[in-house]
Design a protein around this ligand. Structure first.
Ligand SMILES: *[C@@H]1O[C@H](CO)[C@@H](O)[C@H](O)[C@H]1NC(C)=O
Ligand SMILES: *[C@@H]1O[C@H](CO)[C@@H](O)[C@H](O)[C@H]1NC(C)=O
Ligand SMILES: *[C@@H]1O[C@H](CO)[C@@H](O)[C@H](O)[C@H]1NC(C)=O
Ligand SMILES: *[C@@H]1O[C@H](CO)[C@@H](O)[C@H](O)[C@H]1NC(C)=O
Length: 346
């Protein structure tokens, strides 16, 4: 009996134990549940699990650079509301399990230095303005997984030429499972580079799964985006006056491209897979252009290339994303992206 009683007791306590407490409902702004602009694509459906950012942690509001820097540090889950403008003295290092949400119609405003996610996971960035960044990229995602970059505005100018500013959103070093959606990228030469070096081929190969959807690129030079070594699904984006190489798949990269719309004036090449990076990309470092091997493209639903040209040298095998998504009808893409992308929409 002595032995049996504790067993019986523990069985009873198992049977009558109250259910584990439910997690608190996620605060809005994390793209889950019934939001108007939910998270879709590799940031949601991937082998590591959905990107939730800081949804399980406390919410803090910051209005100084120092408060911002400490709120985004560490790996504890936290939602950080950026209220106002932040002229950063150095790139902002964002730790894992964070949501950075800009407040109000003009968003949280980041200038001078950009945002860096280095060897992290599970980060959400929404309703942020990132403009005229002089020290490196607007957003650099390195060695990181599960990132959602949504409804932000990235801006600089074309007057300083191609080599003055760096990228707007660069995704490198085996980063993976990322969604870049509803952003307004404009007045910038080299927009979004995926995989930044041939020397990192073995590191990058088989990673760099990124969904780009419903972004508006306007008055840009190259890299909308440019990909090496990975897989990117590029759908329902709007390109207005994209001058040189917009969507560029090279160095064995695979892209699935569908339902995108190109408009003039001054629009160059919508889509290409040949290895040459045009001299207009980086004339100071590569005056003759940069020679790589070709990439691959698959075309899904019809695109509207408008006045832009297309040069596909190799068709690949990336025909299925493995996740659920809904295409906006082609005739609606221009209006919906113009109305929906950028700040003050979420
Ligand atoms: C936060 O992120 C780290 C990865 O850097 C992960 O290992 C950890 O489980 C996360 N913490 C919480 C509380 O979710
Ligand atoms: C990031 O990860 C890379 C690859 O594992 C490593 O070489 C590098 O030292 C890490 N950097 C930091 C700051 O943790
Ligand atoms: C496409 O690119 C290849 C490789 O650069 C080039 O040889 C070919 O002439 C181009 N085709 C068109 C139609 O521009
Ligand atoms: C897809 O094509 C690439 C490049 O030719 C090849 O390396 C890869 O093995 C192919 N994948 C499948 C599943 O056929």
């Amino acid at each position: 009996m002595r032995l049996i009683t504790p067993v019986l007791l523990s069985l009873l306590s198992l049977t009558f134990a109250s259910p584990p407490p439910r997690p608190p409902p996620r605060p809005p702004g994390h793209g889950h549940g019934k939001e108007k602009y939910p998270l879709v694509g590799y940031g949601l459906e991937n082998p590591l699990g959905p990107t939730t950012g800081g949804a399980d942690g406390p919410i803090v509001t910051v209005c100084t650079v120092e408060a911002l820097q400490s709120a985004v540090a560490g790996t504890e889950p936290r939602t950080v509301l950026l209220d106002g403008s932040f002229e950063l003295p150095e790139p902002l290092q964002v730790g894992s399990n964070k949501s950075l949400l800009g407040v109000g119609r003009s968003g949280g405003r980041i200038t001078k230095n950009g945002i860096s996610i280095l060897n992290g996971t599970n980060v959400i960035l929404r309703n942020l303005y990132v403009g005229f960044i002089e020290g490196g990229d607007g957003l650099a995602i390195q060695g990181s997984t599960r990132v959602w970059v949504d409804h932000n505005e990235f801006e600089s100018d074309m007057d300083h030429g191609p080599d003055y500013y760096d990228g707007q959103v660069d995704i490198v070093r085996a980063s993976d499972w990322i969604t870049v959606s509803w952003n307004y990228f404009h007045d910038h030469w080299k927009s979004s580079l995926v995989g930044n070096s041939d020397a990192l081929r073995d590191v990058d190969f088989g990673h760099l799964h990124i969904t780009y959807h419903h972004n508006h690129w306007k008055n840009s030079g190259t890299r909308g985006p440019a990909g090496r070594f990975g897989h990117q699904h590029i759908y329902n984006n709007l390109y207005t006056s994209f001058r040189y190489q917009a969507i560029h798949s090279r160095s064995d990269n695979q892209m699935l491209v569908e339902g995108n719309v190109f408009r003039g004036p001054n629009t160059g090449e919508a889509l290409s897979t040949y290895g040459l990076v045009v001299p207009a990309d980086s004339p100071n470092t590569s005056p003759d252009g940069d020679f790589e091997i070709d990439g691959f493209v698959n075309l899904g639903a019809r695109n509207d290339w408008g006045p832009a040209t297309v040069n596909i040298t190799q068709v690949g095998n990336f025909t299925e994303t493995g996740y659920r998504y809904e295409l906006t009808p082609l005739w609606k893409v221009g209006r919906e992206v113009e109305r929906g992308a950028g700040l003050g929409r979420i």
